[in-house]
Design a protein around this ligand. Structure first.
Ligand code: C2E
Ligand code: CA
Ligand code: CA
Length: 513
């Protein structure tokens, strides 16, 4: 069945496509947001590193100024005046914690201890002879200390920055990034620890910047998972929007797919492509077995499935509201085939066309019938509309008008599959029925089932009493044919006289009769 098989086969595929349509935009949106978040974090750590260098440069400028002021005093005795000069620099310069004088690498005079504490520190111990990051000194062994040294020949001056200022800067410059200060092999963490191990490498948004003025660098970065945390904090509205649009596109995609795989779509395409074609089955006179007419039966010449039987697609066509244009096309094709050969037809040649209840909802059928009859010389053909008894028509004002106008055109009405439904005498009169078509199931039982034969006989009797013409369908054997003819059945139709055949084949067969 071309319609349902196709629908069933593609259902899982449709579901997969719907899922893809929904998830791909969400995944893409997430990826874009992720990259965007990563970029923002990189910008943020780069700015943090720049700010840190600016701050540390500022602190070291203080120590540089203090050391420059003190350098001329190096080598002089560590007396009260020198010690005052050292302390003055500590007091005047923010960030400077202590100052010292050096001569021949010996730290001999200090703002803290005067001449009581003497230590030897060579210029080579300092990074670029200038900076030294220490874990602490004898006064505050646990507090980091950054020592700045200026030297000139044998003389030197030191100014130190308290680790407190350094760690404060590391902590406060950015609440989001981790920051560390590196001086040569030593580095200071934002927890205030000085270590000489390999500094940590930041997995997210790492940024490294060296000062252009002093021999140190800073590294900023963020811990694992920071991008997601950032996204969760920053983009909750965008997330909701993404999911909303994903769901929307999935629904839209599903609907579009459903529309294109809807049977009506396929039938519509087939109708446009002229794939519905008429087959003709002869109807013969009961007495002479002469060809007295045909029944037009629809076939679907499907490009892939081949010839499709009508019961496979007619119910869909009715359901989709396409049966009316399909029948119209069938009638036009029929007149195109038959009209040029009208001379070969006996006068009043019956052309049976099957219609459904949906044809009776408006008066369009009248125009289709008029157009069909106009293709033939007057009186050449009798158009017989076959209405199945299984689908009774509700009498309304429209159906009343419709059947009036059809009769006006000389169109005949036959009740198809008679004996299988529930039409009453009133029904037969109301729609001015002209023929009863005995269902093939009764014909098939001739000589086999006594009850069926009784029903058959009653139908024949009834039709005679009501003055209705009678057609027997599905005549396959000579026995059936002879029995029906003996009962006075007007017309016979069945494989015994001819199978439904395409137009060209029918014309060849017609010319032989
Ligand atoms: P139906 O109107 O009762 O048509 C008679 C069916 O019996 C046809 O089947 C025909 O091929 C078949 N038939 C004819 N002689 C014999 C026979 O000796 N033995 C047997 N076993 N069958 C015979 P088909 O062409 O397959 O059509 C089936 C049904 O589809 C039709 O039943 C009719 O209800 C519907 N149909 C066909 N064409 C159209 C159409 O254009 N419009 C509408 N609405 N329905 C159609
Ligand atoms: Ca029929
Ligand atoms: Ca029938």
């Amino acid at each position: 069945m071309p319609l349902t098989v196709k629908g069933r086969r593609s259902r899982s595929a449709r579901l997969v496509i719907t899922l893809l349509i929904g998830t791909v935009p969400i995944a893409l949106g997430f990826a874009i947001l992720y990259l965007q978040a990563q970029r923002s974090l990189e910008d943020s750590t780069a700015r943090t590193a720049q700010e840190a260098v600016r701050q540390f440069d500022l602190m070291l400028d203080n120590t540089e100024q203090a050391a420059r002021a003190l350098l001329p005093l190096a080598g002089q005795a560590c007396d009260r005046d020198r010690q005052l000069a050292l302390r003055e620099q500590v007091t005047r310069r923010p960030f400077v914690r202590s100052t010292n004088l050096i001569f021949d690498s010996v730290n001999y005079c200090s703002s803290l201890f005067g001449d009581r504490f003497v230590a030897e520190l060579k210029a080579e111990d300092y990074v670029a002879g200038q900076l030294l990051l220490m874990p602490g000194n004898p006064v505050t062994p646990d507090t980091a200390l950054l020592v700045y040294r200026q030297s000139e020949g044998r003389r030197g001056a030191l100014a130190t920055v308290d680790g407190y200022h350094l760690t404060n800067a590391l902590r406060l410059i950015s609440p989001y990034s981790d920051l560390l200060l590196q001086v040569g092999p030593n580095w200071l963490s934002s927890q205030g620890k000085v270590l000489d191990s390999t500094p940590p490498s930041y997995p997210v948004a790492p940024s490294h910047l060296s000062s252009s003025r002093y021999p140190y660098s800073v590294a900023a970065g963020m811990p694992q998972g920071e991008v997601w945390r950032y996204m969760k904090a920053r983009y909750p509205a965008l997330f909701s929007l993404l999911i909303f649009f994903g769901a929307l596109s999935a629904v839209l995609g599903h609907w579009l797919q459903k529309r294109t795989s809807w049977p009506g779509h396929e039938l519509h395409r087939a109708l446009e492509a002229g794939e519905f074609i008429p087959y003709f089955q002869p109807v013969v006179r009961g007495d002479t077995l002469q060809w007295a007419g045909i029944e037009v039966l629809m076939r679907w010449q499907h490009p892939k499935q081949g010839l499709v039987r009508p019961d496979m697609f007619i119910p869909f066509a009715e359901h989709c509201g396409l049966i009316v244009p399909m029948t119209r096309s069938l009638m036009r094709q029929t007149s195109t085939v038959l009209a040029p050969h009208a001379a070969q037809l006996v006068d009043g040649f019956h052309v049976g066309v099957n219609i459904t209840a949906s044809h009776c909802l408006d008066l369009a059928l009248v125009d289709d019938c008029r157009e069909f009859l106009a293709a033939f010389p007057p009186g050449k053909v009798s158009l017989v509309l076959e209405l199945t008894e299984r689908e009774l028509i509700q009498p309304t004002e429209i159906t009343h008008q419709l059947f009036e106008q059809l009769h006006g055109l000389g169109v005949l009405i036959a009740i198809d599959d008679f004996g299988t439904g529930h039409s009453s005498l009133g029904y037969l009169r109301q729609f001015k029925v002209d023929f009863l078509k005995i269902d093939q199931s009764f014909v098939a039982m001739i000589g086999i089932d006594a009850l069926s034969r009784h029903i058959l006989d009653s139908i024949i009797e009834l039709s005679a009493k009501l003055d209705l013409g009678i057609v027997a369908e599905g005549v396959e054997t000579v026995l059936q044919s002879e029995y029906l003819a003996a009962q006075g059945v007007d017309y016979l139709q069945g494989y015994l006289f001819g199978r439904p055949m395409p137009g060209d084949e029918f014309l060849v067969a017609l010319s032989k009769h």
